[in-house]
Design a binder for this molecule. Structure first.
Ligand code: NDP
Length: 411
């Protein structure tokens, strides 16, 4: 991609990437670089990775760059000035907000990890943008809020998460986020099973963060990799699917499919099942959502049916992976239950990645928090943020109690 400054692009579409330095952010830039006349990069955001966002700014020349971390924003501004690049740098929550609502950009890709993406996603929706959702946690915790805001402000929500994008591709025309599509009986969410799919239950407490992050089919950020290993990722996706496609949890089944070629399926009332197949490469759903309703090259290679030879499907083991069951319960309870589940999971995954608790403690901590924090029945922003904070506090306390036992080797 050469000159990408908005003023020089005529009718090209301005794209903001929230979380540009992560796995999804980098894949999005890869797709955009292939279509320099169709899109230009309007704004990029990150938390603290100065070097990478600096390189991205140098290459894609956005109008605005936002860093959540104020010190990182200062460093970035200095680096850009020294390189002679006049790109405005903003910081903090207001900075992310400014990027999410940037005038002249019509598309916002949400690729921040975790609940931290809720406020900028909401800001983009309230600004009436076309919002391409990779960051699933905001939908999980504030889905109803986002859907109502989208209706009120004329924003369009399109899924990038590979399973939801696959479902979107298998639906009849006229997708409207939050509304049940006509004639659909059931959604089948496929799941690779993660790196511990066949590991005996007694070995799970010993696995390391490195082993948990070594996903067999996808290269992703650390948090989602651990979520894939516990199957919480599929649990969050189940909640996301109920919201996006107007389904009840009973209408969404999880299917283990180790090859990650079928990315999800839609069953219609006549018994027909439509599936979307592709090489596991996030550039495919990203390109699909960016260009929808048209199709563009994503850079991904073709599916080779002869090379893959077989596709396997089986039921998930809910005993070894209890997080999936927690998510079904939270989806059925509704209100702030998914926010409590998500907050407990974020804190527990962080503690596991920091080696403060064992892999199997993630589920114990979540179960403890779900037992302690009573969910509210509404989904106002204040209630979501309040219950999110209560759940994080409860999870922190439970981890404090478990961590010393782990140091003594008894967890
Ligand atoms: P990464 O961890 O790779 O990247 C996260 C991005 O968010 C980085 O740009 C990071 O900045 C930024 N960030 C982190 N914390 C904050 C914060 N507090 N405020 C502002 N920005 C922040 O994540 P992934 O790309 O793997 O995932 C992003 C989202 O997409 C997640 O919700 C995930 O579930 C979802 N998703 C990811 C898929 C994948 O293949 N990776 C597939 C489907 C969905 P910095 O680099 O400076 O830390």
């Amino acid at each position: 991609m050469t000159n990408t400054h908005p003023e020089s692009q005529g009718a090209s579409r301005g794209v903001v990437i929230l979380g540009a330095t992560g796995s999804i952010g980098v894949s999005t830039l890869d797709v955009l670089a292939r279509h320099a006349t169709r899109f230009h990069v309007a704004a990029l955001t990150a938390n603290r990775q100065v070097e990478l966002i600096f390189e991205q700014c140098r290459r894609f020349r956005p109008r605005l760059a936002a860093m959540h971390d104020a010190a990182a924003a200062e460093q970035l501004a200095k680096r850009l000035r020294a390189a002679g690049l006049s790109i405005e740098v903003v910081a903090g929550a207001e900075g992310l907000d400014a990027a999410a609502t940037l005038a002249g950009a019509d598309t916002v890709v949400t690729a921040i990890v975790g609940a931290a993406g809720l406020l900028p996603t909401l800001a983009a929706v309230r600004a009436g943008k076309r919002v391409l959702l990779a960051n699933k946690e905001p939908l999980v915790i504030g889905g109803r809020l986002l859907l109502e805001a989208a209706r009120a402000h004329g924003a369009q929500l399109l899924p990038i998460d590979s399973e939801h994008n696959a479902i979107f591709q298998c639906l009849p025309n006229g997708f409207n986020a939050g509304t049940a599509p006509p004639g659909v009986r059931r959604l089948l969410l496929t799941c690779s099973g993660g790196p511990f799919r066949t590991l005996p239950a007694e070995r799970l407490s010993q696995v390391t963060p490195e082993e948990a992050c070594a996903h067999p089919n996808w290269v992703m950020g650390r948090k989602i990799s651990v979520d894939s290993a516990t199957l919480m990722n599929k649990g969050l996706e189940l909640i996301e699917a109920c919201l996006l496609f107007g389904m009840s949890p009973q209408q969404v089944d999880v299917v283990i499919h180790p090859q990650s070629v079928v990315h999800s399926m839609v069953e219609y009332s006549d018994g027909s099942v439509l599936a979307q197949l592709s090489h596991p490469d996030m550039r495919i759903p990203i390109a699909h959502a960016l260009a929808w309703p048209e199709r563009i090259d994503s850079g991904a290679r073709s599916v080779d049916l002869f090379e893959m030879a077989r596709l396997d499907f089986c039921a998930p083991d809910r005993q070894r992976f209890p997080c999936l069951g927690f998510a079904y319960e939270a989806a059925a309870t509704g209100g702030t239950a998914p926010a409590i589940l998500n907050a407990a999971n974020e804190v527990a995954v962080d503690a596991f990645l920091d080696r403060r608790i064992a892999f199997t403690d993630i589920a114990h901590v979540i179960a403890g928090v779900l037992g302690q924090v009573t969910p509210g029945s509404d989904q106002t922003l204040a209630q979501i943020l309040g219950d999110d904070a209560r759940a994080r506090y409860a999870a922190g306390e439970l981890i404090e109690r478990r961590a010393p036992r782990r140091q003594q080797g008894t967890v």
